[in-house]
Design a protein around this ligand. Structure first.
Ligand code: 5GP
Length: 217
């Protein structure tokens, strides 16, 4: 798939080299993390950004793969040193996206999926013009309750807290560009892929040097 400049001169690729941002948010338990992890397997030149968090790792999670798990002190130090492009407190824990990691990917022409909450999405919206904002919802609140209960790793108190938060978060849906209802996972994944693929070929991503070289040289 053509996306980044494949080398040999700026005129070689029809698309500008800078990567695109895909911000994906959802109430916890909507299946967003699985969607984000899955989509990068199908679409080349797309990576999932690994956030920093102060929350404890779940049984199946690995440091450096799912999150960078850090202490509150380490996280606060990173805030002071302006290392985050966005950060927020979600369910009582700190979460943030490293400015350096994100810019490294984008500057290398790699598109990035950011799995972040609506506070983070709002911050990114103010800083980046080249982003697509995607909201994922389960078919209903009842469905969300069931999903969170089945998922291992969260205490009943934590589940109650997350459900309460979910109701608040859903009110924010208008800040996004797209809605994916995750009823059937395969269909939801197809829709996410379609958003990414069509965003890549938008007119504002056309490389003017490519047009000049191929049509006016
Ligand atoms: P979980 O603890 O279930 O992995 O994630 C809880 C929430 O934090 C999810 O809504 C997830 O999208 C959000 N989150 C994960 N990483 C980040 C981040 O770097 N920044 C922000 N703002 N939210 C994040």
């Amino acid at each position: 798939m053509i996306n980044a400049d494949t080398g040999g001169g700026a005129h070689k690729s029809p698309w500008v080299r800078k990567g695109l941002l895909f911000v994906v948010s959802a109430p916890s338990g909507a299946g967003k993390t699985t969607l984000c992890k899955e989509v990068v397997k199908y679409i080349p030149n797309l990576q999932h950004s690994i956030s920093y968090t102060t929350r404890a790792a779940r049984l199946t999670e690995m440091n450096g793969t799912d999150y960078h798990f850090v202490s509150v002190e380490e996280f606060k130090k990173m805030i002071t040193e302006d290392e985050f492009v966005e950060w927020a407190i979600v369910h009582g824990n700190y979460y943030g996206t490293s400015k350096k990691d994100l810019n490294n990917l984008l500057d290398n022409g790699i598109d990035v999926v950011l799995d972040i909450d609506s506070q983070g999405a709002n911050q990114i919206k103010k800083k980046f013009s080249n982003g697509a904002f995607i909201y994922v919802l389960p078919p209903s609140f009842e469905d969300l309750k069931q999903r969170l209960t089945i998922r291992k790793g969260d205490s009943p108190d934590e589940i109650m807290r997350r459900l309460k938060m979910a109701r608040e978060e859903v009110k924010e849906y208008r800040i996004y560009d797209y809605l994916i209802v995750n009823d059937d996972f395969v269909i939801a994944l197809e829709r996410l892929k379609s958003i990414i693929i069509s965003s890549r070929i938008k007119i504002d991503r056309v490389n003017p040097d490519w047009v000049k070289y191929n049509f006016f040289a």
